[in-house]
Ligand binder design. Structure first.
Ligand code: GDD
Ligand code: MN
Length: 373
C-alpha cells in the first residue's frame, strides 16, 4: 500500500487527518449535538465534518452552514434534485482531502466514541474499520422492532455470502477507511440505496483487511428513520446486481421486473373481462392499457423514484409512456410475426419480440419520459 503511505505524507501539514462524513436528510435538530459530540470524542485528532444534505425541507443544511460560519472544520455539501444515502456518502467522501474518512449517521444512533479506536485500527494496518453491533461488546438495541431485527439478520447472512467476508455487521453504516483506499474502490461502487459499506466490501471482492470495532446502536431521539420498502427493494437490487456481475444496469432490471408484473396485470384484467362476456379484442385492449398504466405508476415510484414525475408532468409522462409502450407492443407483435414467418420456433420468436419490446420501452422511456434521470 505504498501510494497510501505517500498520500498521507503529502497530506500531513495542511489536510486534516480525518474527515467525518455525515449523510443527513431532515436531521436539523441533530446537527449541533452531532458536532458537539464529535468535538468531545475526537480530542487531539485533526478533523473536519462534512454534512451531506439532500436539500432537506427542514433546513438541515442551513444549520450546518451556521455552525460552519463559526467553525471552519464544519462543512456542508448540499445536493439538489437527488436523494440517496449511499450516493451522499460517496460524494461527501470524494469532497475531502483528509487522510482518513469516517462515515456516521446524522441521527446520533452511531456511537462516535468508537471513532478513535477505528483510527487506531487503520493506523495499525487495517484497510477498513467497521463499527459492529454484533461483536463482543456491541449491541443492536436501537433497532426499532422485532421485524427490523429479523430483517437485519437475514440481510446480514445474505450479504456475508455474496461479499465473501465474515464481517459480522455488513449492514452497518458506521465505518472508517483510508481515503486512498476509498478512491481506489469508488469507481466500482454501485451507489444506490442505503448500504454503502456493503457496496464497498462487494467492490473490494474480499481483498480488504477488516477490523471490527464494537459499539452500541442507540435508539433515535429526534426525527425519523428513512428506511422503507423502497430501501429494501434497492438492497435486493444491489444483491442482484452483484450476482449478475454488474452486466445489466439496475434501472433496466427494475424496469424489466415491473414489465413482468405488467404482464400478470394484463392477463388478469383480460381474464376478468372475458369472463364478464367481453369479446377478445376489447378485453385485450383494455387489459393492455391497464397494464401500461400500472407499469407507469410503478416505474414512476420505484425505477425512477429519484426523478419522480408529479403534477402536470405526471400526466404528460403517462401519455408519453402509453405512446412509447403502445409502439413497443406493435413492434413486439410485428417482430414475433416476422420471425415466425421465417420459421423460427414459435416460442423463440415470441421471446425475441418480448426482449426487443422491453429494450425499446426502456431506452425510449428513459430518454423521453423520465428524461432528468
Ligand atoms: N443525504 C442523505 N440522503 N441522507 C440520508 C438519506 C438520503 O436520501 N436517507 C437517509 N439519510 C441519512 C439519515 O438522515 C441518517 O443520518 C442516516 O442517513 C441513516 O438513516 P436512518 O433513516 O436513520 O437509517 P436507519 O437508522 O434506519 O438505518 C441505520 O442502520 C442501518 C443498520 O441497520 C443506518 O445506519 C444504516 O446505514 C445502517 O445500515
Ligand atoms: Mn437511524
Amino acid at each position: 500500500m505504498s501510494d497510501l503511505a505517500s498520500d498521507q505524507a503529502a497530506s500531513a501539514p495542511a489536510w486534516p487527518t480525518l474527515a467525518v462524513i455525515v449523510p443527513c436528510y431532515n436531521e436539523a435538530p441533530n446537527v449541533a449535538p452531532m458536532v458537539a459530540r464529535l468535538d468531545q470524542a475526537l480530542i487531539g485528532i485533526d478533523f473536519e465534518v462534512i454534512f451531506v444534505d439532500d436539500n432537506s425541507p427542514d433546513g438541515t443544511a442551513a444549520r450546518a452552514r451556521a455552525i460552519g460560519a463559526q467553525d471552519h472544520r464544519v462543512r456542508c455539501l448540499k445536493r439538489v434534485g437527488r436523494r440517496g444515502l449511499s450516493s451522499a456518502v460517496i460524494e461527501g467522501a470524494l469532497a475531502t482531502s483528509a487522510s482518513f474518512i469516517a462515515v456516521i449517521d446524522g441521527d446520533l444512533q452511531h456511537d462516535e466514541t468508537a471513532l478513535p479506536a477505528m483510527l487506531a485500527a487503520l493506523r495499525g494496518g487495517a484497510d477498513l474499520a467497521v463499527g459492529s453491533r454484533h461483536v463482543e461488546g456491541g449491541d443492536a438495541a436501537g433497532l426499532a422492532s422485532p421485524f427490523r431485527t429479523w430483517l437485519s439478520r437475514t440481510g446480514t447472512r445474505l450479504a456475508q455470502t455474496l461479499s465473501r467476508t465474515t464481517l459480522s455487521d455488513p449492514m452497518s453504516g458506521f465505518f472508517m477507511i483510508p481515503r486512498a483506499q476509498f478512491e481506489r474502490l469508488a469507481p466500482a461502487l454501485n451507489g444506490q440505496g442505503f448500504k454503502i459499506l456493503l457496496d464497498l466490501v462487494l467492490a473490494a471482492d474480499g481483498r480488504l483487511q477488516i477490523a471490527e470495532i464494537p459499539y452500541k446502536f442507540r435508539p433515535r431521539l429526534a426525527g425519523e428513520s428513512k428506511l422503507d420498502a423502497l430501501v429494501l427493494a434497492q438492497f435486493a437490487g444491489l444483491m442482484i446486481d452483484k450476482t449478475l456481475g454488474g452486466a445489466l444496469p439496475l434501472r433496466f432490471l427494475a424496469f424489466a421486473l415491473v414489465g413482468g408484473f405488467g404482464i400478470i396485470v394484463n392477463l388478469a384484467v383480460m381474464a376478468a373481462l372475458r369472463a364478464a362476456g367481453l369479446d377478445f379484442f376489447t378485453a385485450q385492449t383494455i387489459g393492455t392499457i391497464a397494464a401500461m398504466v400500472v407499469n407507469f405508476e410503478l416505474n414512476n415510484r420505484l425505477t425512477y423514484r429519484i426523478v419522480r414525475l408529479k403534477g402536470p408532468l405526471y400526466w404528460r409522462g403517462l401519455i408519453l409512456f402509453l405512446l412509447v409502450c403502445g409502439l413497443g407492443a406493435i413492434a413486439n407483435i410485428g417482430i414475433a410475426r416476422t420471425l415466425y414467418a421465417e420459421n423460427t420456433a414459435g416460442l423463440l420468436a415470441g421471446a425475441a419480440g418480448a426482449v426487443i419490446g422491453v429494450v425499446w420501452n426502456y431506452a425510449v422511456s428513459a430518454t423521453l419520459v423520465w428524461r432528468r434521470a
